[in-house]
Design a protein around this ligand. Sequence first.
Ligand code: FAD
Ligand code: UDP
Length: 378
Amino acid sequence: MDKKYDYLIVGSGLYGATFAHLATKQGKHCLVIDKRSHLGGNLYCENVEGINVHKYGAHIFHTSNKQVWDFVNSIVEFNRYTNSPIANYKGKLYNLPFNMNTFYQMWGVTTPAEAIAKIEEQKAEVTARMRNDGVTIPRNLEEQAQMLIGKDIYERLIKGYTEKQWGRKCTELPAFIIKRLPVRLVFDNNYFNDKYQGIPIGGYNKLIEGLLDGIETKIEVDFFANRSYWEGLANKIVFTGKIDEYYNYRFGKLEYRTVRFEEEIQDMPNYQGNAVVNYTDREIPYTRIIEHKHFEMFGQDVYSCPKTIISKEYSTEWKDGMEPYYPVNDERNNSLYQQYKELADKEEKVIFGGRLAEYKYYDMHQIVENLLTHSNLG
Ligand code: FAD
Ligand code: UDP
């Protein structure tokens, strides 16, 4: 017998909201539930003193896929925010990502040829060490970073930040983490290589509200508190929560890294002059400070609002009850996830999607792209 809804969608984050939007457009009847007291998952912003505060960490939308960009802009127009974080190492400031501005600040070099020569000189020590040990491929993040950019930048801008972020020594971390950092021989502080980037005008809640417009939603409802009731309501379930929880942790618990945010209202219009400042030395306990107003107010506009909100980010080990942010895709966790995935693949009435259900670090554009490329939503 047909049930009340075609889809019960567990989780109103970007995956759940986009799924519900696309399914509704195809004539399906959806109900979206979320255990939090608001919709939007980790994109949720709270308006404090007229500023949209990214409650679950700063989010910058970036993509090179025109279809994805057009889709999100059809829901809400995006602004021209360009991410260009600053690194603060013991009080001295450097531009990120590593580009001609950084090389000038670090070594005083003024041309790409001088920068190349300096980087080559800087790499000599690690290459000699690796040659000595008879290896050609970097064995860990420290070697990879030094091969990429040399000793000075590694020690001032990478080592401390990375060890704070991951809670482990760079010599014990895999090389791939650092491979994606751009290194540029031009004066360009744009953190991303993507064609398009920005923040929804009016904040991320506008994006979520637009996606869920006209769709039935319920908040403060935990699927597991009354599982059989919710399962009975719909022909199919779209599950965007933790996959191990769905299976009652029968093979064991997946691990995460989490972040603690310390939010402060500052009685001044402009605290640090930029949305993102990374603290790259080991001594300062937080990894970065986010000043939220700079995502949506540019130039002198920041002075139109007399106060400002900052968040200090402390990267910490995840324990039960904390927000699960970053999947730890090491061998143990990946093979545990595979066990759960085998069960998930056999389900005929459940679709597992998003960061927690697929145990994968997805950026926002990847979530949207995955859904747009599935014309038949399962
Ligand atoms: P979520 O947003 O986690 O949504 C899952 C939802 O399911 C939650 O609302 C949760 O409450 C709900 N839920 C879970 N279990 C249950 C249950 N049992 N019952 C009911 N509801 C349940 N991406 C970018 O592109 N750019 C960035 O700058 C960026 N910055 C990030 C910074 C941080 C700190 C983090 C953690 C992520 C960042 N991301 C960024 C990634 C981005 O957050 C994700 O791509 C996106 O949020 C994933 O959406 P989702 O729907 O899969 O997950
Ligand atoms: N990183 C660093 N110094 C910085 C910024 C980044 O060493 O100032 C390193 C760090 O190891 C981090 C990796 O680069 O894990 C990837 O950085 P990105 O900003 O892409 O990480 P995200 O926070 O988005 O996962």
